[in-house]
Design a protein around this ligand. Structure first.
Ligand SMILES: CC(C)(COP(=O)(O)OP(=O)(O)OC[C@H]1O[C@@H](n2cnc3c(N)ncnc32)[C@H](O)[C@@H]1OP(=O)(O)O)[C@@H](O)C(=O)NCCC(=O)NCCS
Length: 359
């Protein structure tokens, strides 16, 4: 029901058609996550597999990053949209609704199926979301929280009732498996959430999002865009792979993610005791630890699955929500935090909107 429609209902229900101010002002619409879905491709690449491919060790990878294994999407013609579509189907099944009920699909990704059209359009087609419009958001590892905040504003405006936000990346398509500094980090996967209006104060409460474009020099893909279109030379020079200068990215990520997470707590008068969960982007266990320490949170309040999935870029946060869904309770204060290429970073504060579904 739109803002307009719900105002009309109260108006006509009230004697003399007077509209009490209190009733109107109490009905703020929040965008609440009402279902989550995820997909991980079945093939697994372990640290021991990587030991055979580059000069590295399982011990180095685990102690420096926290990763033990990651999932890889294999198969001719398979792309990010295939994983995203599976995540959306999973979500629809859990929520018990059909794809035709979706109003809008937003997909965060840096590994779109094609430069155009948007991967969200392809997901929409694959799941049968015939009434939805769709577009992509590109904010690298912060992509999911940027897309979530964008999707939330369409719900908060009263304009739409069901917005699906997908975070998905087939990082194996842009990782150089001869470069030991990057191939150890990334994995493939997709996660999705459904946003619906909530008038009981649950759902997304606040966000802080930031961008510093000067950081692009440390983390990017050199070729394939309009500045350097693909050529034989760009392929020979391996310029279609992830380029990362690890140290400056690491330093900026530690500061960026910790600063913004502490700031959103302060802004909303939240103490460490008030926060039920931190859902951090899974780039490096040391970055996650630094953020949790700064927030004063103990380990058991931090969702960590980097050991099994690696850094799945836009998929890390929704995949965490999927893995922990059965432990989340209505009203839980949750902070999502991310840092990524761009540089982009930010935090979202939300109140979880539903209790675990019991069979
Ligand atoms: C990439 C990253 C794991 C590297 O860890 P690090 O502790 O910074 O390591 P360094 O880059 O300083 O390298 C230390 C040494 O290990 C070596 N090394 C790098 N990768 C290695 C590997 N896979 N196995 C073994 N040795 C490795 C380096 O060559 C270097 O050797 P040197 O001292 O002889 O030159 C870390 O910088 C990182 O996580 N950065 C941020 C990543 C990130 O967040 N990216 C995505 C943003 S969303």
């Amino acid at each position: 029901m739109s803002n307009f429609e719900s105002e009309k209902r109260i108006e006509s229900a009230h004697p003399l058609h007077l509209r009490p101010q209190t009733e109107v002002t109490m009905r703020k619409i929040h965008a609440a996550i009402t279902a989550v879905g995820g997909f991980l491709p079945p093939d697994i690449l372990t640290n021991f597999d990587l030991e055979k491919m580059v000069d590295t060790t399982d011990e180095w990878i685990r102690t420096r990053t926290g990763v033990s294994e990651r999932h890889i999407l294999k198969g001719e013609g398979k792309g990010t949209s295939d994983m995203g579509a599976e995540a959306v189907k999973n979500l629809l099944e859990k929520r018990g609704i059909g794809a035709e009920e979706i109003d809008l699909i937003i997909c965060a990704t840096v590994t779109p199926d094609m430069v155009f059209p948007a991967t969200a359009n392809i997901i929409s087609d694959k799941v049968g979301a015939t009434n939805a419009w769709s577009f992509d958001v590109g904010a690298a590892c912060s992509g999911f929280i940027f897309a979530l905040t964008t999707g939330a504003s369409f719900i908060e405006s009263g304009r739409y009732k069901k917005v699906v936000v997908v975070g998905g990346d087939k990082m194996s398509s842009i990782v150089d498996y001869t470069d030991r500094t990057t191939c150890i980090i990334f994995g493939d996967g997709a996660g999705a959430v459904l946003l619906e209006p909530n008038e009981d104060g649950l759902g997304i409460q606040d966000h802080i999002l930031r961008t510093d474009g000067s950081g692009r020099q440390y983390l990017h893909q050199k070729a394939g865009g309009s500045v350097k279109p693909a050529s034989i030379e760009t392929v020979q020079n391996k310029e279609h792979y992830v380029y990362q200068d690890g140290q400056p990215v690491f330093k900026a990520a530690v500061k960026g993610m910790a600063d913004v997470s502490a700031e959103i707590m302060e802004k909303n008068n939240l103490s460490a005791d008030d926060v039920a969960w931190l859902v951090p982007h899974q780039a490096n266990l040391r970055i996650i630890d630094a953020t949790a320490n700064r927030m004063g949170l103990s380990n058991e309040k931090v969702m960590i699955n980097i050991q099994r999935y690696g850094n799945t870029t836009a998929a890390t946060i929704p995949l965490c929500l999927c893995d922990w869904e059965s432990q989340l309770k209505k009203g839980d204060n949750i902070i999502l935090a991310a840092f990524g290429g761009g540089f982009t970073w930010g935090a979202v504060y939300l109140k979880w909107a539903y209790n675990p579904i019991t069979a």
